[in-house]
Design a protein around this ligand. Structure first.
Ligand SMILES: *[C@@H]1O[C@H](CO)[C@@H](O)[C@H](O)[C@H]1NC(C)=O
Ligand SMILES: *[C@@H]1O[C@H](CO)[C@@H](O)[C@H](O)[C@H]1NC(C)=O
Ligand SMILES: *[C@@H]1O[C@H](CO)[C@@H](O)[C@H](O)[C@H]1NC(C)=O
Ligand SMILES: *[C@@H]1O[C@H](CO)[C@@H](O)[C@H](O)[C@H]1NC(C)=O
Ligand SMILES: *[C@@H]1O[C@H](CO)[C@@H](O)[C@H](O)[C@H]1NC(C)=O
Ligand SMILES: *[C@@H]1O[C@H](CO)[C@@H](O)[C@H](O)[C@H]1NC(C)=O
Ligand SMILES: *[C@H]1O[C@H](CO)[C@@H](O)[C@H](O)[C@H]1NC(C)=O
Length: 505
């Protein structure tokens, strides 16, 4: 009898645990969740609950991951404590959240067996995962490839007669994009180019201060982008958006990242006379064209220069920004940009952790500090008109690669191919606190709060639910009262070093 009880209990426990984090501590402050062929944590699809209750999901340094509690709203008077109110002004629309289908991400995903690959893709895309719905696809190779390449390397030919997708597209990008799209029907994609073929560029060694285009190839480079869209369309992959190219400023610096360098006034000419007309005259004329795709520090100056040209202003739908200089240049630049160009959306198109030269340790398994830096940046961005936030490599190896220029980085999922397992970093959950709960088409809504230690944002979902995300970076428990737009109260404690998403209808 005792024995039977034991077996039933174990069976029941293993059923429940099947969805929970199998945690492992590598000594960097918090834990990773281990996924392998037998086990991977998951999160239930979101379902609407009755008006008398709310749900709160918490992840924290102590090791909670999407810990879910359903609680009744307070009845009657609330205590006098820190107050958060939700509702009032309605701001920008949400475009989506996601990561990038780099060659390196594909290589790492495919280094696992198919059972584990499915778990990884489910974790990112399915309704038992964090439901990524806006992802970036590089046009050709990036520094997260195993070689430098473009789609027309062999011959100088302005007609692009031998333009061809490469093995990397057929192995690491197209099939994985399709599997992801099958898991989330709302997945949308945007494309960004890195480098042009060498022959289109003025000088090309190593990438460097001469990485800009020869003017005779301005039209060719525009048509190259159309050919990319055509080639993917043949494989039934269509794009919601395309940027004017990754990091135009990197192409002016002596760094190895494969790039095309642009000053704002040269790029303005290229967009007005070549890129804009080529795309809008193609069968991809409805695609969103997105300018900048570079650091916040170029705002608002760079786009002001671009939009001095009316044609450019007409062609460009939005502005993409990278996060690498966010600690130095504050988010007021986003507000200024929004106020100057209120019709242009803002999109966070790249972020990653563990970059040189500041940090030598690229991959830090279980770092909560890194998770908090993402949480802060996402909230700070969305509170300054940014409509979407897209991370970089979806999966890297234990070293933070592969990358042919040794530009190793961290990633939300780190793959250990020898063990046949992968590790979900704390910041996988941080992005999930937004991507899972804030669908495309949600609207950011006003919040006010009295405790300046807390970092807060809120959204009205398309199903009229409200999602509120609160970051508690302090080492203190915070007692707060949250009042909804229609006067319901939540008295709650926020655990220290935590990120919580509150949901109610
Ligand atoms: C919420 O709290 C306020 C302030 O204590 C109170 O006036 C109000 O009646 C409460 N709302 C509900 C629905 O209990
Ligand atoms: C993947 O590997 C695990 C053990 O490492 C094994 O149990 C599972 O059957 C494998 N799946 C496939 C599809 O090979
Ligand atoms: C694209 O989709 C069409 C229609 O569903 C299908 O017939 C065709 O085989 C697909 N092509 C590729 C390359 O997947
Ligand atoms: C199509 O191309 C022509 C010729 O380059 C250009 O004048 C026209 O503006 C383009 N159309 C659009 C919608 O950009
Ligand atoms: C990766 O897996 C191998 C083989 O199981 C193991 O020896 C190694 O410690 C693992 N690395 C990490 C960081 O867990
Ligand atoms: C959301 O609320 C609006 C007005 O309050 C209503 O018209 C709409 O049908 C609601 N949508 C859903 C999905 O409940
Ligand atoms: C903030 O930290 C305190 C202390 O651990 C905790 O009680 C509180 O629930 C946290 N707040 C949130 C929103 O998680």
């Amino acid at each position: 009898m005792e024995c039977l009880k034991y077996f039933i209990l174990t069976a029941v426990l293993s059923q429940t645990l099947a969805q929970h984090c199998l945690s492992r501590d590598y000594g960097y402050g918090s834990v990773v969740c281990v996924c392998n062929a037998e086990h991977c944590d998951s999160i239930e699809p979101i379902t609407r609950i009755e008006k008398s209750s709310y749900v709160v999901y918490t992840s924290n340094k102590a090791g909670l991951r999407f810990d879910k509690k359903t609680i009744k709203f307070d009845d009657g008077q609330t205590q006098d404590q820190n107050k958060i109110t939700v509702g009032g002004t309605v701001y920008q629309e949400v475009l989506g959240f996601g990561g990038a289908f780099t060659d390196s991400a594909g290589i790492n995903i495919l280094s696992l067996n198919s059972t584990v690959q499915e778990k990884l893709l489910d974790s990112y895309f399915s309704d038992r995962g964090i439901e990524y719905n806006l992802c970036r696809v590089p046009v050709g190779g990036t520094d997260f490839s195993t070689r430098r390449y473009s789609y027309h390397d062999d011959a100088e030919d302005a007609s692009l007669g031998s333009f061809n997708l490469q093995d990397e597209d057929y192995k690491y990008k197209i099939p994985i994009v399709k599997r992801a799209a099958a898991l989330n029907k709302d997945l949308e994609l945007f494309a960004s180019s890195w480098t042009a073929p060498k022959w289109m560029k003025v000088v090309d060694f190593p990438a460097g201060p001469f990485g800009y285009l020869k003017e005779i190839y301005y039209q060719t480079w525009a048509e190259y982008h159309v050919k990319f869209l055509d080639a993917y369309a043949k494989d039934n992959i269509t794009f919601w958006g395309m940027t004017t190219g990754n990091e135009p400023f990197s192409g002016l610096l002596p760094i190895l990242v494969p790039s095309v360098g642009w000053t704002a006034d040269r790029q303005r000419l290229w967009i007005a006379e070549h890129f804009g007309p080529a795309i809008r005259n193609s069968s991809h004329s409805k695609i969103k064209l997105i300018a900048l795709d570079d650091q916040r520090c170029f705002l608002p100056g760079y786009v002001k220069t671009l939009f001095e040209n009316e044609a450019v202003e007409k062609y460009i739908d939005g502005i993409a920004i990278h996060w690498y200089a966010d600690k130095i240049f504050n988010s007021d630049r986003l507000r200024q940009t929004h106020e100057a160009f209120p019709k242009k959306f803002l999109l966070g198109s790249e972020a990653s952790l563990g970059a040189l030269p500041v940090i030598i340790q690229h991959v830090k398994l279980g770092s909560w500090d890194r998770a908090e830096s993402y949480a802060f940046d996402i909230i700070d961005d969305v509170n300054h008109y940014v409509g979407g936030w897209v991370d970089w490599n979806m999966a890297l190896n234990l070293q933070g690669g592969p990358t042919y220029i040794a530009n190793y980085l961290d990633a939300p999922i780190i793959v250990n191919a020898t063990a046949g397992e992968f590790y979900k970093q704390p910041y996988f959950y941080v992005i999930g606190h937004f991507s899972k709960f804030v669908p495309r088409g949600s609207l950011r809504i006003e919040t006010t709060h009295t405790d300046k230690d807390l970092i807060v944002t809120a959204f009205r979902r398309p199903d009229n639910g409200t999602a509120i995300v609160i970051l508690n970076r302090t080492d203190k428990i915070k007692h707060v009262t949250l009042t909804t737009g229609d006067g319901r109260n939540i008295s709650t404690q926020l655990t220290k070093r935590s990120l919580s998403t509150f949901l109610y209808w």
